[in-house]
Design a protein around this ligand. Structure first.
Ligand code: HEM
Length: 427
């Protein structure tokens, strides 16, 4: 089941005609990746503008490092051509506007300095500063769920989705009260807009306008937030272009919201369907960080894209200049050549060099923050709702494409076992 199912002809041959929007792929792509790894490890399709799909860990890692020929400049998103949405065989002719979201949408040398500008904001120390707020926020969200008296709650919408936009807003120094609007914009860009280009464009325009207004405000009234830091930064002695600052802020929302929300949702889905893992984490909360790594591996949400700048032969695959490559980090994380029993979630897995956060120069800059949010969200949920199950497995909906995760997650919470809280949000 999924939120996002454009009409496409059924897939007859996944090796030469795969479709990442196919209902089977959206619901559970793991069996498809298994077959492809055996038959054709780098698959190809003409659908949605055409692309290549590596399925083996080593191939994904190698491609992520081929930055001289596989570029991260537009189009890096997993989406159909803008003027041909809904037509899976349309040529890729509609990319009209470059994505301005550095560092993710840039190659060296721009990538190098634009990444360096944001890294301090995501250091372990900066991340630790946001931990008490995140913990109090999670408690407040559960206070609200418990106060509602409902015995079935939508853990995707009313818990997981509520956490990342507020944490990012706080980091950027923008209004946390606008978190619903931020989520709508991000879904418009990364999820619903993938098959609805006018919506995508509208959301991108509104985001840019929003951040340009925030930037003007911060120029007049600097604060201690990331926007002010970016405005104060110098590159080769010069201030950073305002459109670049707006693009980076844009990326913070787009990269930080859907991804982390999806991971928290998938983790709760797993714990609701695997009582033995839930009980083990309640008995031994110190295992949560290790479990988070395993949940990230098994339910990796993010697939990014690259575009070839030159013809390149990859293990016999004739990749042509202009071809798109889907960086299948989720599929790499299920490769049996890299992980023992890859389709099994082993919450105390010790050898776990997963690539859920990518690999190489574009490796996730926000991974410390994402890990902290996941750990705290799971810890607080287990503390306050120690007994829960999935209410209706068939009712769960999943988003796929660029970022995979549950969008409707009805969880039955045992009213008798609920633990009331005593904390409120502090800023
Ligand atoms: C569980 C949550 C997350 C996952 C799974 C995730 C995954 C990823 C992946 C796979 C990439 C690499 C993209 C590529 O190779 O093209 C990436 C890049 C990035 N992520 Fe995350 N991410 C998460 C959360 C966050 C958060 C909370 C932030 C903070 C705002 C963030 C900021 C970034 C940035 C800035 C980049 C670009 C880095 C660069 O190009 O140098 N991410 N992320």
């Amino acid at each position: 089941m999924t939120d996002q199912m454009p009409q496409t002809p059924p897939v007859e041959d996944w090796t030469s005609d795969y479709d990442i929007f196919d209902p089977d792929y959206l619901t559970d792509p793991t069996l498809i990746w298994d077959d492809l790894r055996n038959e054709c490890p780098v698959a190809h399709t003409e659908r949605w503008g055409g692309s290549w799909l590596p399925t083996k860990y080593d191939d994904v890692v190698r491609m992520a490092r081929m930055v001289d020929v596989l570029s991260s400049t537009d189009p890096i998103v997993v989406r159909p051509p803008e003027n041909n949405a809904g037509d899976p065989n349309a040529p890729e002719s509609g990319y009209t506007q470059a994505v301005n979201a550095p560092p993710i949408s840039s190659d060296a040398p721009v990538h190098t300095w634009s990444r360096r500008l944001i890294l301090p904001a995501f250091s372990p120390r900066s991340t630790a500063n946001h931990e008490p707020y995140t913990r109090a926020l999670c408690h407040q969200l559960i206070d609200e769920l418990q106060a509602s008296g409902d015995t079935t709650v939508d853990a995707a919408t009313n818990y997981a989705q509520q956490i990342p936009p507020r944490v990012i807003a706080r980091l950027l120094g923008i209004d946390e009260g606008m978190s619903e609007q931020f989520t709508d914009w991000v879904r418009g860009v990364l999820e619903l807009g993938l098959t609805n280009p006018p919506l995508r464009q509208k959301c991108r325009d509104e985001l840019r306008e929003f951040f340009m207004a925030e930037i003007k405000d911060r120029i007049a009234n600097p604060g201690e937030d990331l926007i002010s830091e970016l405005l104060a930064a110098k590159v080769d002695g010069e201030p950073v272009d305002l459109l670049h600052v707006a693009g980076t802020c844009n990326l913070m929302l787009v990269a930080g919201i859907d991804t982390t929300w999806s991971s928290i949702g998938s983790a709760l889905w797993h714990l609701a369907t695997h009582p033995e893992d839930r009980e083990r984490l309640i008995a031994d909360p110190e295992l949560i960080p290790t479990a988070v790594e395993e949940l990230l591996r098994a339910y990796s949400p993010v697939t990014m894209a690259r575009v070839a700048t030159d013809d390149v032969d990859f293990n016999g695959c004739p990749i042509k200049a202009g071809d798109k490559i889907l960086m299948n980090f989720p599929g790499a994380n299920r490769d049996p050549e890299m992980f023992d029993n890859p389709d099994e979630v082993i919450i105390d897995r010790q050898q776990n060099r997963h690539v859920a956060f990518g690999v190489g120069i574009h490796r996730c800059a926000g991974s410390n923050l994402a890990r902290m949010e996941m750990q705290v969200a799971i810890e607080v949920w287990l503390e306050r709702f120690p007994k829960f199950t999935l209410d209706d497995a068939d009712a769960v909906t999943w988003a796929g494409g660029q970022v995979r995760g549950p969008r409707f997650l009805p969880i039955a919470v045992d009213a008798e076992a609920q633990v009331p809280g005593a904390t409120s949000v502090t800023t």
